[in-house]
Design a protein around this ligand. Structure first.
Ligand SMILES: [Ca+2]
Length: 243
């Protein structure tokens, strides 16, 4: 796919949460049509300014994408969330969706019409294989509902499968692994429709930050320091159009 830069990522994992602050996407351009079979995709931005640097937060993302025209297919979708540090010097990114349902036996992925979900590290199951859960639900528009783990598969959306490695950071890592830790700055949602047929639009999205109750003891930290992965991110020029 195009528009790719690679970034090294350092990870730190932690647990526990209390109070929550929620940021709703305020881009007046929403809803925004997602071009069919076009890896250029769309970009939407949240600016977070009210959180306390140095405090550890967990984050959940709510995402509403629905079919347009004759309807869409959730298995066409690739999406990622990226965080730019307030000084602009650091980027972190995690894959949210990478062709849900796509496997060797189901190369087009699931055919549900869209999704209206929460993505959270604390969910029980991976969104990529949600139909493996017998109790998965869709709403009246045929869109997936519920709370799911981010996909986190960095593989090419044209070849990704359920067996692809889930290597991009968890959400908690996105928030807390900047050095020094700072959840403020620009948060970018990128969405692309990677398969011909079926069209969709981004209706809304939001981020909810929950303050962690305490700094974990060193023994409870799993530090995957250094260079643990590479990440996809849009061309830097696209974000300049949003500032
Ligand atoms: Ca499509």
């Amino acid at each position: 796919m195009n528009s790719i830069q690679q970034f090294a990522i350092g990870l730190t994992l932690a647990t526990g949460a209390t109070a929550t602050l929620t940021f709703d996407e305020s881009n007046p351009g929403l809803p925004l049509a997602i071009p069919d079979h076009n890896s250029t995709g769309i970009l939407s931005t949240l600016t977070v300014t009210d959180l306390d640097p140095g405090t550890r937060y967990s984050v959940d993302l709510s995402l509403d994408i629905s079919g347009t025209g004759h309807g869409g297919y959730v298995g066409d979708l690739y999406a990622h969330l990226a965080h730019q540090s307030p000084d602009g010097g650091q980027y972190l990114m995690s894959v949210l969706l990478n062709r849900p349902g796509r496997s060797d036996t189901l190369p087009n992925g699931y055919d549900d019409a869209g999704l209206n979900i929460t993505l959270s590290d604390s969910a029980d199951h991976d969104v990529h294989t949600y139909r493996a859960q017998a109790d998965y639900k869709t709403n009246g528009s045929g869109a997936l509902t519920g709370t799911w783990q981010p996909d986190r598969r960095l593989a090419n959306p044209d070849t990704v499968t359920d067996a692809s490695v889930r290597s991009t950071p968890t959400f908690d890592d996105l928030v807390n692994s900047l050095v020094p830790s700072n959840p403020n700055g620009y948060w970018y949602l990128f969405v692309a429709d990677m398969q011909t047929g079926g069209t969709m639009q981004l209706n809304s999205w939001s981020l909810s930050f929950s303050e962690m109750s305490a700094i974990p003891e060193p023994g409870n930290l799993l530090t995957l320091a250094g260079l643990v992965g590479s990440a996809l991110l849009l061309r830097s020029r696209r974000r300049k159009s949003v500032a």
